[in-house]
Design a protein around this ligand. Structure first.
Ligand SMILES: [Zn+2]
Length: 561
């Protein structure tokens, strides 16, 4: 349905506003939302997702921008809620198809600058914004509101539109004693609630957890206790953008007479950005380079390592494998994995923990000690958000289907009328018309694989799955360039299909069958003959399918000599 028809059908005189979800509803990550009115639009966030698909290797996923490319509206702003990769990571790719000013708080923009510097985008138009300071973009007036989360300077957005106010929470929790003293702006949410909010879009990540998530600052005494008992070096691994945690570890290290050594490129970068933006206000010399620390007394060192999810090339994984060029863990060392284990990563992280134990370290992680506090609101906080904002309509965001589903039920319980609660998924749209909200038509949305910084072929993962499950056979056929005749029996090379490569009975019989089939093939045989290659593929695949129920990838190679 076009917006014109929506307007014609509407019982309200307000210009309708369409909210379109291009990512983040149905998965954790890939967050991207479009808010559109009368041919103008703003985008909120633009994140990546790290796939839990081992066959993707180091690839990552970004939202599909096809709908934005084919758009019939102007984009006036890209507004970012905070510095996490699942909210800003896809920006370099978005900027290839959309050009618009990018709005974010100081810390968010510092991380965006780094993200963009790593890509080929030149001169993005970055505009700093601050809580309670409204700015306008097209038909919208946008007010950032301070929230607390696991990266500093995080904001929610109150977006005033011709069809009413939309509140987008970003990622948040309600921390009443945050590390940087910047408290969650309850008052502003309550004022908006009294004014009237047409739609609340709220973070669903932790809806499965009862109660409240607790304050980040509650970690400090625990870290102090563990660090002061450590005989050797202290290591802590956390997300590198978690500047509050880095700050707390550094404060505790200072108290314990240790100096802090960032390990890994990302962590070193974050410490630098944190110092530049005033989030880590420590005396020069508090942080050391790994090379400077090598000859210092071990008891005087605290390492901050990237790789809390066990990423194979990360500093922590190398240390755990005994393969770090500068740091070797020894008995007496203590390692704290201060993060949630993202589902899908447990095995890899388990391997890292095993490695650390083998080297003699003592290891603390969330399931054995309270060494992590979540940055997302648990149920009581989510309920509080709904009670503050008192929205007419509600859409749960940031979560897998089960999170969205539970959050929807929570909103209904909290008093939002059921008919005004919408469970949207990627590609869904919602129309606000000044009176109420209703579903609009579905738009194109999806995921795109990025490998080595470039867009990958969507068929890639499917192909790798087949390779992993079925294996591959290379079939080499040698022909004479002069006569166009077969010169020798075909040769088969197996990878992951049968054991005893070359000596296998199956390989021998498959060769015989292929040779027999080639005898019936009407030549002449040439390297460019596509029908010949198809014939080879069919013959080899049929043999393995009939005999051992496998359908390997067959790579036909015709060599002319
Ligand atoms: Zn976040």
């Amino acid at each position: 349905m076009g917006l014109d028809r929506v307007m014609a059908e509407s019982t309200s005189t307000a210009v309708p506003v369409r909210v379109a979800v291009l990512g983040g509803l149905g998965e954790i990550g890939l967050n991207l939302m479009v808010i559109e009115c009368a041919g103008r639009a703003i985008l909120v966030d633009c994140g990546v997702m790290f796939p839990d698909e081992p066959l993707l290797g180091s690839g990552l996923l970004i939202p599909d921008f096809s709908w934005l490319e084919s758009r019939r509206f102007e984009i006036d702003a890209i507004v970012l809620t905070h510095a996490h990769e699942d909210h800003i990571g896809a920006l370099p790719y978005l900027l290839r198809v959309v050009s618009a000013p990018i709005y974010g708080t100081a810390v968010t923009l510092a991380f965006v600058r780094r993200r963009i510097a790593e890509s080929n985008v030149s001169d993005p138009d970055l505009r700093a914004i601050a809580p309670r300071r409204s700015f306008s973009a097209g038909p919208f007036t946008i007010e950032p509101i301070r929230v607390t989360h696991s990266t500093p300077d995080s904001i929610a957005l109150a977006i005033r539109t011709p069809a009413g106010t939309i509140v987008h929470t970003g990622d948040f929790k309600i921390d009443d004693s945050p590390v940087d003293g910047q408290i969650f702006d309850r008052e502003r949410f309550a004022e908006l609630g009294r004014e009237g909010v047409a739609l609340l879009l709220s973070d669903s990540t932790n809806v499965e957890r009862a109660g409240r998530s607790g304050s980040e600052s509650s970690l400090k005494p625990i870290l102090r206790e563990i660090m002061s008992r450590a005989q050797g070096r202290f290591f802590l691994s956390a997300f590198s953008s978690h500047l509050h945690r880095i700050r707390q570890v550094t404060e505790v290290a200072r108290e314990c007479g240790r100096r802090v050594v960032p390990l890994g490129r990302r962590m070193a970068e974050s410490v630098r950005l944190g110092s530049e933006t005033g989030q880590l206000g420590f005396a020069p010399g508090m942080f050391l380079e790994p090379g400077e620390a090598e000859f210092m007394t071990q008891r005087n060192l605290a390492y901050l390592a990237s790789g809390s999810q066990g990423e194979p090339l990360s500093a922590l994984a190398r240390v755990a494998a005994g393969a770090h060029p500068r740091v070797a863990v020894e008995p007496g060392d203590v390692v704290v994995l201060s993060s949630r284990f993202i589902p899908g990563n447990e095995k890899t992280i388990g391997g890292v923990i095993n490695g650390l134990y083998k080297l003699g370290a003592e290891v603390y992680y969330e399931s054995v000690a309270p060494v992590h506090v979540s940055g997302h609101a648990s149920r009581d906080e989510l309920e509080e958000m709904i009670a503050l904002v008192r929205p007419r309509s509600f859409v749960p965001i940031h979560g897998e289907y089960r999170h969205l589903s539970r959050h929807l039920a929570l909103a209904i319980e909290a008093g939002v009328p059921e008919r005004n609660c919408f469970l949207l998924e990627d590609g869904d749209t919602l129309i606000l018309d000044g009176v109420g909200a209703r579903r609009g038509r579905v738009v194109e949305a999806g995921r795109v694989i990025i490998e080595g910084g470039e867009e990958g072929d969507p068929a890639l993962v499917g192909e790798r799955r087949v390779l992993a499950r079925e294996g591959a056979i290379t079939a080499v056929v040698v022909v004479s360039a002069k006569t166009g005749k077969l010169l020798a029996d075909p040769y088969l090379i197996s990878r992951g299909v049968v054991s005893g490569n070359g000596t296998s009975e199956h390989i021998r019989r498959a060769r015989e069958e292929l040779a027999a089939r080639l005898l019936q093939y009407r030549g002449p045989f040439t390297a460019g003959d596509i029908a010949l290659k198809e014939e080879i593929t069919r013959a080899v695949r049929r043999y393995f399918s009939d005999e051992i129920d496998k359908r390997p990838v067959v790579i036909p190679v015709v060599v002319e000599v």
